[in-house]
Design a protein around this ligand. Structure first.
Ligand SMILES: [Fe+2]
Length: 408
């Protein structure tokens, strides 16, 4: 093990492997230890940096391209001859590493290294922590000013953060023109197209009960129980946005329940039902003419570690049990219990739609529905889906931008 001295001069500007700005966080020591360089900071923070990882992140020296800030090394070229010859902390606290076999020397920004030591390079960074809620803790959707959301980053960022934290957030006072969804999407990212089209309409006219001219139960006057859209897909759409253009009808309140909270309660109070719903598969399919979208998965799908919760909960497109016949009685019992909990006063909130409201919600976490209409009139909602990646990316960018403004 070699301990180094603080004698090396730093370059004036130390590029990082990305385009972000990091506070300068001077290192205290750098010690080589086999294939690792152990870095420490004065406050005791530590990072064990593997030699090949450091070599891959050498900006402008064949590791990360200075123009694109993307990695250049094909893993096949990361030979066993690559090693750290020396690692030193500069006078200003950056790290300088000399690599074998070609003598490449690369300098590393200590703030960039520190953000890795602190775990701020992980996917949840710059995002709020999801918080589950019940009807008692969140009686109505968190609401922000839709009249300024396109121009005010603070309002935009708070709305995005609430979407991620609670899985639901409303904008009120939005324009009621048909293109507002698309205008908002242009600030966020790509719209997720489906068999309903990129922008789709949910229209109900109570004077025309039972209209056959529709491709969805949503376009009727019927109650819609708590559900998630498009479990027929390998990855159902991440977020759903409903923009109210017109609402002259009585009743027809939106209903929402936090599926994350229902899952937590089910696991604690009915573990046998939780087990059935998280391990037994169902086949979901869109049975429209000209399409055959079909996917088999569990009702409660936790995915890989760190993945967002996916509930596959839409009875209109649930086709077949994909399980042994002897498992079907417990699968139905578990589903009934879950759906009753989701529709109970404990978990479900309801609220009317006013023209100019735009409600966004996590389509895979939040169970949404609609009460039956009570009196006549038209209602027109315009919907779209935007996937999780787009929402999270934009939320991180806005959070970074606001943080930078606050430090000026
Ligand atoms: Fe729906």
């Amino acid at each position: 093990m070699t301990k180094t001295d603080h004698v090396v001069a730093s370059h004036a500007i130390v590029p990082t492997p990305d385009f972000y700005e990091y506070p300068w966080s001077p290192l205290a020591t750098a010690e080589t230890d086999g294939s690792f360089v152990q870095l420490t900071w004065p406050d005791g923070a530590v990072l064990r940096a593997f030699d090949l990882w450091l070599r891959e992140n050498a900006v402008g020296h064949g590791g990360v391209d200075l123009a694109t800030r993307e990695g250049l090394f094909d893993p096949a070229e990361l030979s066993s001859e690559i090693a750290v010859l020396s690692a030193q902390v500069t006078e200003s606290g950056s790290l300088i590493v000399e690599f074998a076999p070609d003598g490449t020397i690369s300098e590393y920004h200590p703030g960039w290294l520190r953000h890795v030591a602190d775990g701020n390079h992980r996917a949840p960074s710059w995002l709020p922590t999801p918080t589950s809620w019940t009807a008692a803790t969140l009686p109505e959707p968190p609401t922000h000013d839709g009249s300024v959301v396109l121009d005010d980053d603070v309002v935009f960022g708070q709305w995005l953060d609430d979407l991620i934290r609670y899985g639901i957030a409303r904008l009120s006072g939005c324009p009621t023109d048909l293109d507002f969804n698309a205008t908002l999407a242009a600030k966020i990212g790509a719209i997720r197209d489906t068999n309903f089209g990129p922008l789709w309409d949910v229209k109900a006219d109570v004077t025309m009960a039972g209209s056959a001219d529709t491709n969805s139960t949503a376009n009727t006057n019927l109650r819609l129980g708590p559900h998630t859209d498009l479990p027929t897909r390998e990855t159902p759409p991440g977020f759903q946005f409903l923009h109210c253009i017109v609402n002259e009808a009585g009743g027809g309140h939106s209903t929402m329940a936090d599926g994350a909270a229902v899952v937590e309660a089910l696991q604690a109070e009915h573990p046998e039902h939780y087990d059935a719903l998280s391990t037994l598969n169902w086949i979901f399919f869109n049975r429209g003419p000209g399409i055959d979208h079909r996917w088999s998965g569990p009702f409660i799908d936790h995915g890989v570690a760190g993945a967002p919760l996916t509930l596959r909960a839409f009875y209109p497109v649930r086709g077949f049990p994909d399980m042994a016949p002897e498992d079907q009685p417990r699968a139905y019992a578990a589903m009934r219990c879950f759906s009753q909990m989701a529709a109970s006063d404990r978990f479900q909130i309801d609220y009317p739609f006013a023209p100019g409201d735009l409600v966004g919600f996590d389509n895979r976490r939040i169970l949404h529905g609609r009460d039956a209409f009570e009196s006549g009139g038209k209602r027109h909602l315009r919907g779209m889906y935007i996937d999780q990646d787009e929402i999270r990316s934009t939320a991180r960018v806005v959070s970074r931008r606001l943080a930078a403004m606050n430090t000026i």
